[in-house]
Design a protein around this ligand. Structure first.
Ligand SMILES: [Zn+2]
Length: 87
């Protein structure tokens, strides 16, 4: 059973899309919504409210979610630093 690369939901057999990057890594998407958010809108799945909600509901634990949000902030800061370095 594959899991969505963006929202971490299960991708049922015969549904969803597989998107293969130039370097050969395969990304599974459960819906066109997840594909658009990831590829066209270039969003991070773990930063979206509507994806973290499903994670909280499935795990019933709030502590790891807080850790993840702290991690997400670190990643955001690093991405900003990289963008500034490019300019
Ligand atoms: Zn998804």
């Amino acid at each position: 059973m594959a899991y969505c690369s963006f929202c971490n939901n299960e991708v049922l057999k015969g549904t969803g899309e597989i998107y293969v990057l130039k370097d050969g890594t395969a990304l599974n998407f459960c819906s066109s919504k997840c594909k658009r958010n990831s590829q066209k809108l270039k969003r991070e799945g773990r930063l979206m409210k509507w994806t973290s909600k499903t994670l909280v509901l499935s795990s019933d634990k709030k502590a790891p979610e807080k850790k993840e949000s702290a991690l997400a902030k670190d990643i955001e800061a690093k991405l900003k630093a990289q963008k500034e370095a490019k300019k």
